[in-house]
Design a protein around this ligand. Sequence first.
Ligand code: NAD
Length: 282
Amino acid sequence: MAQIIDGKAVSAQIKDELKQKVAAMKAEGTQVTLAVIQVGNDPASSVYVGNKKKACEYIGIRSLAYELPEETSQEELLDLIAELNGRKDVNGILVQLPLPGHIDEDMVIGAIHPKKDVDGFHPQSVGALCIGQPGFVSCTPAGIIQLLKRSGIEITGKECVVIGRSNIVGKPMALLLLRENGTVTVAHSRTRDLKEVTKRADILVVAVGKPKMVTREYVKEGAVVIDVGIHRMEGKKLCGDVDYDSVAPVCSAITPVPGGVGPMTIAMLMNNCVESVALQAK
Ligand code: NAD
C-alpha cells in the first residue's frame, strides 16, 4: 500500500513553524510585510490572492493589497514596483500572474528587486539557484523538496525524472533535485519513449499540465510519484496529471490531488517572505 504524502499536514506544520518565527521577530521589533499586486479581476487570480492574504493573516505577516484595474498601464505598474522596491517596510513583492496582454510579464518580473522577489521568478534568483548561491526559489518546487524531506524520502543518489520543463516548475525542480544530490533527467513534450524514461525513476515528478496523463505504465514498481498538476473536471472534482487510481497500487508513495503539492506552494511563499528579512539585512 502506497504512503499517501499529506501536503495539507506538512504545509500546516510549516505555517505553524513560521507563525512562531514571525511572533519572535515581532517581539524584537521586526514586522514582516508582503505586498501583493493584482491587475484586473480574473476570478482564479482573485482566489489565489485571497488565499495568500489568509495565509499571511494566520502567520502574522502584514499584507498590503494593491488591486489595480485591468487597464493599468505597464508604466504605472513598473512605477508601483519601483516605489515598493524602495520601501524599507516592505519585504516581499508579489505580482499575481497572468497579467493582462498589454503588459510584458518578463519586464515586470525583472523589475522586482531580487531581494524582494518572494516568488523566485527573477532571472537573478534563477541564476543563483543554478550556481548554488543564496536567493529565492520558486515556491512549488521548493515545496516538493520539503514534502519529500519531511516524509522521510531520501533524494541523494536516486534516479529522479521530472516531466515538464516550465520556468516555474520543471526547470527549478530539476535544479533543486540536483542540489539534493539526485541523478536528474528532465523529460518534456519532445522526449522520445517517455514511458521508458519515466520507468527509470525512483522519484517521478509530473508537471505536464495534462489531466491523468501518467498511468501505471509510466511508473516503476516502488517509485515515489509527485503530482504537480491541478485540473478541475466536470462536476468540479479536482484531479492531477497522474491517474491516481492506476498509479497508487504500484508506487511506494504518492501525493494526492487535492491535498498534495497544492497546499505547499503558499506555505513556501510564506517561508520566502520570512526569509526575505534576513536576505535584506545582508
Ligand atoms: P506548462 O504548461 O508551462 O509546462 C508543461 C510542460 O510539460 C512543458 O514543459 C512541456 O514540455 C511538458 N509536456 C507537455 N505535454 C507533454 C507530453 N505529452 N509529454 C511530455 N511532456 C509534456 O505547465 P506548468 O506551469 O509547469 O504546470 C504544470 C502543471 O502543474 C499544471 O497542471 C499546473 O496547473 C500545475 N501547477 C500546480 C501548482 C501548484 O501549486 N500545485 C503550481 C504550478 C503549476
